[in-house]
Design a binder for this molecule. Structure first.
Ligand code: EPU
Length: 419
């Protein structure tokens, strides 16, 4: 298992290109199962989770090819074996995204139940209840969700809680249903909108994505086509915090600034000068110590849970005391315990972390526990005195494309070593 070794202390300066969004690419790849024809998807990030999804699609019998520009072409016109096995679902919970498409197009799906997760229980009851309302017969048997339906029928779904992949699964299923489906209390994340745009390019009729009511008029078939995945707002936000925490100046480019409004507001509160262009954001924290900020995670457009750990890292070296409240996942504070090993002063009370900024962090070996926790440890290590080893770094490869190369391009001293 590889580890990352980081010599902290260098102010990061420069510009970095943002890759395609993991959390848009994964549902879009799953949605290719709805399509009778070949679909070519560009700006797909080169990530472990994408490889796992491609493997899953391939195992089911879809033809999957990747060209030199990382464009992925999937053709699921042929017979598909509608099973998502435990060995792949346990590697990546987003495999649940094949449930809606398989059921809608083929009338059956056996998808392994995702198990526990490092950040919380993450049940899929809302996905299941929604599909049942669309007419599916669903049983949980031998650790599998076994779903059967003839043609799904449009319905009015009121989601019990805002769920991103739940909204996506139901939107995909409703695309081929008979009649109109309304998804109320839908997630408004840009990745949901990207998936809807993708499906509409292929002949779906989806309106209202990006609001809390999505209306889907079912169609008989989707046809092949081409699509470019939107840029990754969480990768962009992570690099902006890298600039701020090292008291540097970092510009992220080829991204959508409007998707990061809640994040740039917090960077400004932390004292950074933030400049925003058409497709870039620059953060400048040179010569300043960041100020502690309070934040509370919530569904989009509020502050994203996927940026919570990175801002916790920023607070560890800030001036003052900042309170971080996590409302989406019940166990997303593992990074806090690791950051304490670097000298951070953090007090945990349930879903609230009170972070008292220290003037310096000092290097120590730490362990990554999930994707965004890994990112926050990388950020803390970049700001710490001395050389930090971060173990179990495979988590970071699930969601950050070429992270060492990109950070090195900004002047970070970072290497990957066999552990
Ligand atoms: N929930 C339920 N029942 C359900 C579904 C969700 O109770 O059937 C609860 C969850 O337990 C959680 C809350 O609803 O407390 C929200 O979870 P959501 O379903 O929105 O999360 P997700 O769809 O499983 C996606 C991202 C996550 C991101 C969350 C929140 C993908 C592939 N994953 O997960 O991304 O944190 O939305 O924005 O889109 C990451 O990239 O590191 C990551 C974890």
């Amino acid at each position: 298992m590889d580890k990352l070794q980081i010599d902290g202390g260098a102010a990061l300066v420069g510009e970095v290109r943002i890759s395609g969004a993991k959390n848009a690419a994964l549902p879009i790849l799953a949605a290719t199962l709805l399509v009778d024809g070949a679909v070519t998807i560009g700006n797909v990030p080169h990530l472990k989770d994408v490889t796992t999804t491609n493997e899953l699609l391939g195992r089911m019998g879809a033809s999957v090819s990747v060209d030199e520009k990382m464009r992925v072409t999937v053709d699921a016109s042929a017979a598909i074996d509608c099973v998502a096995p435990y060995e792949l679902v346990k590697k990546m919970r987003a495999s649940i995204l094949v449930l809606g498409p398989l059921l809608a197009r083929f009338g059956h799906a056996d998808v392994s139940l995702p198990g526990g997760c490092a950040i919380g229980a993450r049940p899929v009851n809302i996905h299941v209840a929604g599909l049942q309302q669309l007419g599916a017969d669903i049983r949980i048997e031998n650790g599998f969700i076994k779903a059967r339906a003839t043609r799904l029928k449009g319905a009015r779904l009121v989601l019990e809680a805002v769920t991103v992949t739940g909204t996506e699964n139901l939107m995909m299923a409703a695309t081929l249903a008979e009649g109109t489906t309304y998804i109320e209390n839908a997630a408004r994340e840009p990745e949901v909108v990207d998936l809807a745009n993708f499906l509409n390019v292929l002949g779906a009729r989806i309106h209202g994505a990006g609001t809390d009511t999505i209306v889907i008029e079912g169609v008989r078939k989707l046809h092949g086509g081409c699509y470019e995945v939107l840029p990754d707002r969480i990768e962009a936000g992570t690099f902006l915090v890298a600039g701020a925490i090292t008291r540097g100046r970092v510009r992220v480019r080829d991204m959508r600034p409007d998707h990061l409004d809640a994040v740039t507001a917090k960077l400004r509160e932390a004292g950074a000068a933030v400049t925003i262009g058409d497709s870039w954001i620059e953060v400048d924290m040179r010569g300043k110590r960041p100020l502690a900020i309070d934040l509370r995670t919530a569904p989009y457009p509020a502050f994203p849970t996927d940026m919570q750990a990175q801002f916790a890292a920023l607070n560890t070296i800030a001036d003052g005391v900042g309170t971080i409240t996590e409302t989406i996942f019940e166990n997303r504070f593992m990074h806090m315990l690791e950051m304490r090993r670097l000298g951070a002063d953090i007090h945990l009370e349930g879903n609230v972390a009170i972070v008292r900024g220290v003037s310096r962090l000092t290097a120590a070996p730490v362990m990554a526990t999930d994707l965004r926790a890994s990112a926050s440890l990388v950020l803390a290590a970049l700001a710490a005195d001395g050389c930090t080893d971060i173990e179990r770094i495979y988590h970071i490869d699930r969601g950050y494309e070429c992270i060492e190369e990109k950070l090195r391009g900004l002047g970070a001293k970072i290497r990957r070593m066999p552990a």
